[in-house]
Ligand binder design. Structure first.
Ligand SMILES: [Zn+2]
Length: 589
């Protein structure tokens, strides 16, 4: 038994899914609103017997591991670990040993978690640090929510930390290894001393790094000190606050991205829980890829002073690559979200007035247009045209052309002509899209001619004993892909394990086959009896009658040429039996 089958044997998919969506009984199955896409009518279906799920809206499907991997945006192995922790499963050593990832990784997260907890405790012990945090407008609720902390300074503090960690079998050397402490000539010290601590967690909420901010008057050190990157902590991938925001991000299908920890908290406190922060750096393609898993709309808060238009343009390009819609929220020059809020201003109005990236560019590139040199004018106009040409929505294109025409002082027709040339020049190239991603096409509907094959496939998956020696050759020949691949696997596995069960078969299928099986199982509620199944087979034989007859003719000819009279008789008997069955069926109809 491997880790996955152990987990599946100990946690029911219904229990797990119920933590993400409310399921209600619907016939043999359970239904609820899909946690992966927003919908009004529930199309997310779970089979408690087969332990699988399928969403008829977004076409995601699989077993409990696939569900958690999708919901938590992690690998199947991480999903397994998550389930072990969540449901307190005691996994036998033998199973664990074969699957554990680097114990160093687990240890690293544990260390960071303990340090975060220790610093959090220290914050409430230091009236000065606590007063500073509160004066920055961060309330106790947020301090707890983000587990903010304080790293006290001096030898006594370091000693206290080492003593506290010692209770968890952590040595000073371990703290040096993960660069919380540094070795001086004679003493240990920390670069985080006398700093407000912002513990940084990955998307699964595992603490993996720290940002420390100075706060005392006259402290001349750099304002921020961040953990160094290591194999578990990559600044270009991790977003501060994502583990707290991800549900809200998914629900709202939007995410606000800011640059600083305090900005993130300020925006959160203003009633926007779908906010995350880069770690004081610009957004990277990796950040956007992470965000694209959760939401379609990205709101970037833009400080009119700081972020150059070029920087935003660069992010816009990245957004197109990962199919995100970018909105720009402009704050007054010199303000960041935290300072803006600290002045008693509400962010709501600015967020509501967010400009989509196109309007933002037209307004900014075109500003002061009449005073630009001819070369700059042409350059700006081209850039805007390029942006508009990328759009797939003709109405949006038209609207922005009008806007651009006014800003640039050029006729709409001239702009349209440019777009036409540009698009022709790009023909054959795949233009990045800014529209919503197209859902995967739904397969076979009731009127589909492939319904019969689908029903046969469903019957077998629902009762794998239906695939028997007398029909498996035929089925493996006449069932089309993608069904054939699954039936082939089933046939192969059954050959070595005649009592194969659905639960054993499912993990052996590849991802797309798992999705297919989940969908088809959850699409039907019927119980197919052996008699009904036989009738379906006869229908399939009828459908392929000509081909079957030709194949039998060939077989017959072959036997005759070989002079194998016995084989000739067998083939003829086979043919007559088959013909009778198929023709009988015709009479019954
Ligand atoms: Zn869905």
């Amino acid at each position: 038994m491997n880790l996955f089958s152990f987990i599946k044997g100990h946690v029911s998919i219904v229990t797990v899914v119920n933590e993400y969506a409310t399921l209600k009984k619907a016939g043999l199955y359970l239904k609820g609103p899909c946690p992966f896409h927003s919908e009004k009518t529930p199309s997310f279906t779970v089979s408690p017997h087969k332990e699988i799920f399928y969403c008829f809206g977004c076409h995601e499907g699989g077993d409990v591991i696939a569900f958690v991997a999708k919901a938590e945006h992690c690998s199947p192995l991480e999903a397994a670990k998550h389930l072990i922790d969540r449901y307190n499963l005691s996994v036998p050593e033998t199973i664990l040993e074969s699957t554990t990832t680097a114990p160093a990784k687990k240890r690293y997260y544990e260390l960071c978690t303990l340090i975060a907890a220790w610093c959090h405790e220290q914050l409430f012990k230091s009236s000065q640090a606590l007063a500073y945090v509160k004066q920055r407008g961060i309330d106790v609720k947020s301090i707890k929510n983000y587990q903010l902390g304080y790293f006290p300074g001096g030898l006594v503090a370091i000693k206290n930390l080492i003593a506290a960690m010692g209770k968890h079998n952590i040595l000073a050397d371990d703290l040096v290894d993960i660069q919380i402490l540094s070795r001086g000539k004679q003493v240990l010290f920390s670069p985080f001393e006398e700093r407000i601590m912002f513990p940084i967690a990955d998307h699964l909420g595992r603490f993996c790094g720290f940002g420390g901010r100075v706060f005392k008057m006259g402290d001349m050190r750099p304002k921020y000190y961040n953990s160094h990157e290591n194999e578990f902590f990559s600044k270009g991938q991790i977003l501060f606050g994502l583990h707290l925001a991800k549900r809200e991000v998914q629900t709202h299908q939007k995410v606000i991205v800011v640059e600083g920890y305090t900005d993130c908290i300020a925006v959160f406190e203003q009633g926007y829980p779908y906010v995350v922060a880069t770690l004081g750096t610009a957004c990277t393609p990796d950040h956007l890829k992470v965000l694209a898993r959760y939401a379609q709309q990205v709101y970037l808060i833009y400080d009119a002073d700081k972020a150059g238009i070029q920087a935003i343009l660069r992010i816009a390009e990245l957004c197109w690559q990962v199919n995100l819609d970018l909105w720009v929220v402009t704050l007054p020059a010199g303000e960041d979200p935290a300072s803006f809020v600290a002045k008693g201003q509400q962010l709501g109005a600015s967020i509501e007035q967010a400009q989509d990236i196109f309007s933002f560019f037209i307004a900014n590139l075109g500003s002061d247009f009449s005073h630009k040199s001819l070369a700059d004018k042409v350059g700006a106009a081209r850039k805007i045209i390029e942006l508009i040409a990328r759009l797939e929505d003709p109405l949006k294109q038209e609207f922005l052309l009008q806007q651009a025409s006014t800003t640039l002082g050029l006729g709409v027709d001239a702009l349209k002509k440019e777009i036409y040339y540009l698009q022709r020049a790009q023909e054959g190239m795949v233009a990045p899209r800014v529209t919503l991603p197209h859902p995967k096409p739904a397969e076979a509907t009731a009127s589909d001619p492939a319904m019969l094959e689908k029903k046969i496939f469903y019957s077998i998956i629902n009762n794998i004993d239906l695939l028997a020696s007398h029909n498996e050759d035929f089925l493996c020949t006449y069932l089309p892909e993608p069904y054939k691949a699954v039936i082939d696997t089933l046939r192969r596995e059954k050959a070595s394990n005649p009592s194969l069960t659905f639960a054993q078969l499912f993990p052996l299928l590849d991802e797309s086959s798992q999705q297919l099986v989940s969908r088809i199982v959850l699409e039907y509620q019927e119980v197919i009896t052996n008699e009904v199944f036989d009738q379906l087979i006869v229908q399939l034989q009828k459908k392929h009658w000509k081909v079957i007859v030709n194949a039998i003719k060939l077989k017959l000819e072959h036997a005759r040429l070989q002079g194998n009279e016995q084989e000739v008789q067998t083939v003829i008997q086979e043919f007559l039996a088959l013909q009778k069955k198929v023709l009988d069926k015709k009479i019954n109809e």
